[in-house]
Design a protein around this ligand. Structure first.
Ligand SMILES: NC(=O)c1ccc[n+]([C@@H]2O[C@H](COP(=O)([O-])OP(=O)(O)OC[C@H]3O[C@@H](n4cnc5c(N)ncnc54)[C@H](OP(=O)(O)O)[C@@H]3O)[C@@H](O)[C@H]2O)c1
Length: 282
């Protein structure tokens, strides 16, 4: 049985059905099973990783997709999984580790990767770059103002589709040959944010205004409009400052492993166009 942590998250939502379609038995973790919409073929388990009885949680699991938000605990979680007899850990990390970034989020992932390598079970590390799904952050201003606000200097980015991350995770969890492998995962081309907005405009069928704003205004928007805590905004900009130099880099890993080109941003925009269209009354 494969145990998926973060089953309701951006990657987990794509991974659970992909594993089930590949014929695997899946246990899916969420803190709130009543609210979570998880594929009904999965065995849903309700627990909080901060407080759960870890050995009991991993009992009966053969392989684990490891995604945690509180990175400090990732080593303890990996070791508990090992003690419970888990044979393979597939950890979701970040491409920032490949590039040696030193922002707090990337450093925590680097430490967690090391803990996973030392825990005992076989391991595979997935290091995606920025997700296409991050562009859902534009939902509100597109719906309400038909405008996208982008911090000045936002880099071109080889955004990756979460279904491609999930497809690679499925390979690593259901087939052999991925033990001890570290995979950097990106889309097939880097687009500037202005190009991304143009692609989204095409998919939605109306022009969207593109506005670059200074970091101070972007910070203000994140706290006022989205209610982000100041530390989260600081973490975001610390990561951005370091990732800006690398976000355009394209890795061929997805195509190599899946035998087909990565999904594109136009694919993503067409799939999600409907979500961006309602509310706006021009
Ligand atoms: N976004 C990017 O561009 C990007 C790029 C590279 C790497 N990453 C990495 O990807 C990871 C995030 O993945 P994601 O975007 O798929 O996740 P996500 O959408 O942020 O969702 C978080 C998941 O974690 C679960 N969770 C949070 N706290 C929990 C707790 N205390 N106990 C149990 N489960 C808990 C949530 O489940 P419930 O709420 O249902 O309990 C949810 O399934 C992070 O490590 C991030 O650094 C992101």
């Amino acid at each position: 049985m494969i145990f998926v942590l973060g089953a309701t998250g951006k990657v987990g939502r794509a991974l659970v059905p992909a594993l089930l379609d590949a014929g695997a038995a899946v246990r899916a973790l969420t803190r709130d099973p009543a609210k979570a919409r998880i594929d009904p073929r999965a065995d849903v388990v309700g627990a909080d990783l901060e407080t759960a009885d870890l050995p009991a949680l991993f009992d009966g699991a053969d392989r684990v997709f490891l995604l945690t938000q509180g990175f400090r605990h990732e080593g303890a979680i990996a070791r508990a999984a090992a003690r419970a007899g888990v044979t393979h850990l597939v950890k979701l990390s970040t491409s920032g580790v490949h590039f040696g970034q030193t922002d707090p989020i990337t450093r925590a992932h680097a430490e967690a990767e090391q803990a996973v390598r030392e825990a005992g079970p076989a391991w595979t590390i997935l290091r995606p770059g920025a997700f296409m799904d991050n562009r859902f952050a534009w939902l509100r201003t597109i719906r309400e103002e038909n405008t996208v606000y982008v911090p000045e200097g936002d880099p071109a980015s080889a955004l990756v589709h979460v279904r491609d991350i999930a497809a690679v995770a499925t390979l690593a969890l259901t087939t052999s040959g991925h033990e001890g492998a570290t995979y950097e995962l990106t889309g097939g081309e880097a687009l500037t944010t202005e190009q991304q907005v143009a692609v989204l405009s095409d998919a939605i069928g109306r022009p969207i205004e593109y506005v670059e704003e200074p970091e101070t205004a972007a910070r203000e928007r994140m706290t006022r409009m989205y209610g982000w805590p100041v530390e989260a905004v600081d973490g975001f900009f610390a990561l951005k400052r370091e990732s800006a130099a690398h976000e355009h880099v394209v890795f061929d890993t997805v195509a190599r492993l899946l035998g087909k080109p990565p999904r594109t941003f136009p694919d993503w925009a067409r799939e999600n166009a409907a979500a961006f269209t309602y509310h706006y009354r021009g």
